[in-house]
Design a protein around this ligand. Structure first.
Ligand SMILES: [Fe+2]
Ligand SMILES: [Fe+2]
Length: 412
């Protein structure tokens, strides 16, 4: 790939803008910056933590001040890497084109380079005012591995046909992902040199990414605070009751009490979130609703809740995520934890409906009997109200009935 700095004056500086959430900044970022600075003989690379990226969910981001501080710590040892708070100070969602324009005013006589990660690079053409960006800067990226390089060079070729200047580095950088780093931190796993010197200390000192809670082993305290902020009084009280009931059922049926409590606490985390926001979260994580789900808004909160606790709260436990996901519809082949949360949602202390005493009585005898009763109740209710029944609900109901028949209990 070529760049055209030979066309530019000899006295011009060559500076790259490297934007990102840096949540947190990791060694892959630093390695990318150094690799490109070297390959392009740059004078400097400016790390630009974004305030709110347009494609991310706001709640997921660590406070800007912390992300900025971590970038500064990471950049410290390298003379060529600097950090700018321009986008954070500007606030709101920043467009790259505005940032480049402002930088060009601050640093005249500069040839600009724009770094993006491999995935973002391949979305370049859809960026706001792409043509202006391409006119202002050479677009640069680094492959994540050998096969990635080919894909990037092909995409770069299409950009060049539109007049853009591009640079794709030859060698791949170490693959590190910020989400992997966050998950490791949240579950207190070692992060073996994934973070630049000093960044891990900063994270631990400030209790970021749940590390403080992970160290004391009590994430539920944090989850309670999170649902308190997201739910109305009624739903918050219900969630605490379901958590207690799930724990009781786990004890009764030999399940994991701690997981049951956490899943109960989180099961309705999205119930009071407005539907448009729920759809936006599904969209952000490229999740498609099935036919019935699309029509029945009541089902969304389970699906969105599961994504939220998985991708944003980093609950780090697939069983808990599935217990939240299937707490409304159920499904065939439910795990013990899924059944416990499903039943607890019917039998929790705050519940008050015509059949609640019968369901509570059954819940002391058999989880499956309780499920069957609760499902029959739900299916009746949906039929009476002329509403669609999710196929997963029918599937678990049939499974329970067929298992009973196979067990010889219903021969007449
Ligand atoms: Fe629910
Ligand atoms: Fe609920």
């Amino acid at each position: 790939m070529h760049d055209d700095f030979t066309e530019r004056g000899m006295g011009m500086k060559k500076i790259a803008l490297f934007g990102g959430t840096f949540d947190p900044i990791h060694r892959g970022h630093i390695e990318t910056a150094l690799r490109l600075a070297d390959a392009l003989a740059l004078d400097s690379v400016i790390l630009m933590p974004t305030h709110v990226p347009p494609h991310k969910v706001k709640e997921s981001l660590t406070p800007a001040a912390d992300r900025l501080a971590m970038c500064r710590i990471a950049a410290e040892p390298y003379a060529k890497i600097t950090v700018s708070d321009m986008e954070i100070t500007r606030g709101g969602a920043s467009f790259t084109v505005d940032t480049l324009t402002e930088l060009s005013e601050q640093y005249p006589d500069t040839a600009w380079y724009l770094f993006t990660g491999a995935d973002m690079f391949c979305t370049m053409r859809s960026w706001y005012r792409f043509a202006d960006i391409a006119a202002m800067a050479t677009l640069c990226t680094v492959p994540r591995d050998g096969t990635d390089g080919q894909r990037l060079r092909e995409y770069a070729a299409t950009l060049q046909q539109q007049g853009a200047r591009c640079f794709v580095a030859d060698a791949a950088v170490t693959t590190v992902s910020s989400s992997d780093v966050r998950e490791r931190l949240a579950s207190n796993e070692p992060i073996d040199g994934l973070l630049p010197d000093g960044v891990e200390d900063y994270i631990r000192a400030h209790g970021l990414y749940s590390t403080a809670a992970a160290q004391t082993g009590d994430r539920d305290e944090q989850f309670r605070a999170i649902i308190r902020a997201r739910l109305g009084d009624y739903r918050y009280h219900h969630s605490l009751c379901v958590a207690d009931e799930a724990k009781r059922l786990a004890k009764r049926y030999g399940g994991d009490e701690k997981k049951a409590y956490t899943a109960g606490l989180l099961h309705d985390i999205m119930k009071d979130t407005d539907p448009n926001t729920q759809l936006q979260i599904l969209d952000d994580f490229a999740i498609l609703l099935d036919g019935v789900e699309r029509q029945v808004k009541k089902l969304w909160h389970a699906r969105v809740g599961a994504v939220f606790i998985d991708k944003i709260l980093h609950v780090g436990d697939a069983e808990i995520v599935n217990a939240v996901r299937y707490h409304t519809t159920g499904r065939a082949g439910m795990s013990l934890l899924e059944k416990i949360v499903f039943v607890a949602d019917f039998t929790s202390a705050d519940r008050n409906y015509p059949d609640v005493d019968e369901i509570r009585r059954l819940s002391d005898i058999s989880l499956e009997e309780t499920m069957e009763y609760a499902l029959a109740y739900t299916i009746h209710d949906l039929l009476n109200r002329g509403q669609a029944i999710h196929p997963d609900t029918l599937a678990v109901y049939n499974e329970l009935i067929l298992a009973k028949m196979a067990g010889g209990q219903t021969h007449e």
